[in-house]
Design a protein around this ligand. Structure first.
Ligand code: SF4
Length: 244
């Protein structure tokens, strides 16, 4: 894809949603770290259901560590893989206290050394907490980058590197939010909503969904400007964050 087209895609996504953010609910960097860590292989909705109960009771490494694995597990039952995540969460809190003074580390190495924290979670934290222009590639971003031609790659890491190398600097900080939201609510896995897509004339995907086919599908209807979505059965809230 040529640079002018790439820039035009990001310009359009930015105009439609100038301040993209995450669907995960949090009020401190530590809460965000916990929420992103819990979101691996599960939905943001189920994570929010868990943290809405957990955080009022314990929202610091010290308080969660004091709960212990058995104490934290009941709060995480709405979350996939909650047994393993309960153990990781307690161990993560222990390490944060012992090595980082209870703070969320600002370097990739320390983040990725935490139990349950991989490259994608580290990228989200570095971006949202520490202001770095990292791009966390999840399944949605991987799909959108490949379909559109923005950053074709066989692995998430390859796509991440391509996006970092080619995304215009002024769009790099928010790129992962825009692409994730676009993938979750418009360029969906089964039937991308091409007829309603705001970048369809710029997208290089050769198999775009024709209008007749979209009408018959259950694809979500994107709400331009919010990143939110209207489904045929109801309304979901707007924001999203990558899962590990
Ligand atoms: S035109 Fe279709 S394939 Fe291309 S980005 Fe939009 S929804 Fe995805």
């Amino acid at each position: 894809m040529n640079p002018a087209r790439r820039r035009a895609i990001f310009r359009r996504l930015a105009e439609a949603n100038p301040n993209p953010t995450t669907e995960l609910e949090f009020s401190t960097p530590f809460e965000l770290l916990v929420a992103v860590m819990l979101s691996a292989h599960t939905t943001d909705k189920s994570v929010n259901a868990a943290t809405r109960k957990l955080f009022p009771v314990a929202n610091t490494p010290e308080a969660i560590l004091a709960l212990g694995v058995d104490g934290v597990r009941p709060y995480l039952k709405s979350v996939g893989l909650y047994n393993a995540k309960s153990k990781n969460l307690i161990e993560m809190c222990r390490i944060l206290i012992e090595r980082h003074g209870g703070q969320v580390p600002a370097d990739r190495g320390s983040l990725e050394a935490l139990p349950g924290v991989g490259r994608k979670t580290a990228n989200v934290i570095l971006n949202m907490v520490h202001g770095e222009s990292t791009i966390a590639v999840d399944t949605h971003i991987f799909r959108v980058a490949n379909r559109t031609g923005l950053a074709p790659g066989k692995t998430p890491r390859a796509v991440e590197e391509q996006l970092l190398a080619t995304t215009p600097p002024e769009y790099r900080r928010n790129a992962h939010h825009w692409l994730l939201l676009h993938g979750r609510y418009v360029c969906t896995a089964r039937t991308p909503a091409c007829p309603r897509c705001i970048i369809r004339d710029l997208c290089e995907y050769p198999h775009k969904t024709p209008p007749q086919r979209l009408e018959k599908s259950d694809a979500p209807v994107a709400r331009r400007g919010t990143g939110g979505v209207r489904t045929r059965t109801g309304t979901r809230s707007k924001r999203a964050v990558p899962t590990e």
